[in-house]
Write a protein that binds this ligand. Structure first.
Ligand SMILES: [Zn+2]
Length: 402
């Protein structure tokens, strides 16, 4: 099932590794002539010509025609055949799963959103996940041998290098990536959900030329993606970015991590939910009052929807959350001096209601000269960032600039 080139790369074949370098170069730099490619990769022209000829025969490279130059010679322009390799990205959320397919060039070819999936850290859910991915692949109208990698992004502590998920789906000694690889018969990598969203935004969203970026994932909980010099920073074991569990408040609220006083306990979707319930119990009113008084479950989407419908109580709460978050983000800005801070995740759908208080609060609390360097913007891809990022991670796990 697995693609021949991948097997050769894994075996460490010199030829295959060179082909990997050439493909990687084309992915991130676009088309080029043999002369330019030889210069970029520090190789001789005959060597590059040999590889390009071989890879054209194999279907990886296309001849994109003669380049118009002022001189007498018109060299050919070569580039990736976008349909010679595909990557699948999966995003696991609390109640649903998103899955998508990109080609070699990173164009989104297909995507399915909101597939019912119950995420409850039960071993059976791994098989549900496998079934969904297998069904998805089966309905794709392409040569399945061309699927080079599948990336699954999942909440909690995840080490993308060894493929272990520590907070969820950690039932066996072997890694989750290995279990999925075996069950699906395709290579599978895993990564943390916030990092996938941050990477999606970096590759296809709000990022223009910035290379040093802090991405804040405001959802039920809070996460952070860190990009340094254009690369995702994972930390030693992949646990970087646990911004939501920074001890911030002297309160008695137990966080789902087991500790108390975490940032998430006062400033997150979870906090939004708790504060709204408390304030309604204390006599305040909202368009969600009746539902809450009838003890019906309130989802994060309903909270976002109520805010966008200008529910005063929800607006007040989200503003307070923004103010609190801004204060903590100003600390991050002082530490990292990023070019860009992106506010993303589900709560970013409330738009200015959350971003304006964050911006005001950052201005108030961060060092003046430092915050002038950092642009704060909202996510461009919003709820599509996660699955696009997961696809991009699937590709970068195999074809990454070293
Ligand atoms: Zn916590």
């Amino acid at each position: 099932m697995r693609h021949q080139l991948l097997q050769q790369i894994e075996k460490g074949s010199k030829n295959a590794l060179m082909k990997k370098r050439i493909i990687t170069h084309y992915i991130y730099n676009g088309n080029s002539t043999i002369t330019d490619l030889a210069k970029e990769l520090d190789l001789s022209i005959p060597t590059v010509t040999k590889f390009i000829t071989e890879m054209t025969d194999e279907g990886f490279i296309n001849d994109y025609g003669k380049l118009e130059t002022s001189g007498g010679r018109h060299p050919s322009l070569y580039g990736l055949n976008p349909d010679s390799g595909y990557f699948i990205g999966v995003e696991l959320n609390r109640d649903a799963l998103n899955i998508a397919l990109i080609n070699f060039k990173g164009d989104l070819i297909d995507s399915k959103r909101g597939i019912y999936y119950h995420f409850d850290n039960n071993e059976k859910r791994i098989d549900d996940l496998v079934t969904i991915i297998r069904d998805y692949i089966n309905q794709l109208n392409l040569d399945h041998n061309k699927i080079l990698n599948i990336n699954v992004s999942i909440a909690g502590r995840v080490d993308p290098d060894n493929g272990y998920s520590y907070s969820n789906y950690s039932f066996e000694k072997v890694s989750l990536a290995e279990i999925l690889t075996k069950k699906l018969s395709y290579p599978v990598s895993i990564d943390n959900d916030t990092r996938a969203i941050a990477f999606g935004e970096f590759m296809k969203g709000a990022v223009e030329n910035e290379k040093n970026i802090i991405f804040i994932n405001l959802s039920w909980g809070i996460g952070m993606g860190i990009i340094i010099n254009g690369k995702l920073y994972t930390g030693k074991s992949g646990f970087s970015g646990e911004f939501g569990h920074v001890n911030t408040y002297d309160n008695e609220i137990i966080c789902h991590c087991g500790k108390k006083g975490c940032l998430e306990t006062e400033a997150s979707g979870m906090a939004f939910h708790r504060i709204l319930l408390e304030r309604i119990k204390n006599g305040e009113n909202s368009i969600l009052s009746e539902q809450i008084k009838a003890n019906k479950e309130i989802t994060l989407n309903q909270l976002i929807d109520a805010t966008l419908r200008e529910d005063m109580l929800c607006i007040e709460i989200i503003e307070e959350i923004g103010e609190k978050l801004g204060k903590q983000i100003s600390g991050l800005i002082n530490i990292f001096n990023p070019e860009l801070v992106i506010i993303g995740g589900a709560l970013a759908q409330t738009g200015d209601y959350i971003t304006q208080p964050i911006i005001t609060s950052v201005r108030k609390y961060s060092l003046n000269l430092v915050n002038k360097d950092s642009k704060i913007t909202s996510s461009k891809l919003l709820d599509r960032a996660g699955v696009i990022g997961s696809c991009m991670l699937a590709r970068s796990r195999v074809f990454e600039i070293d």
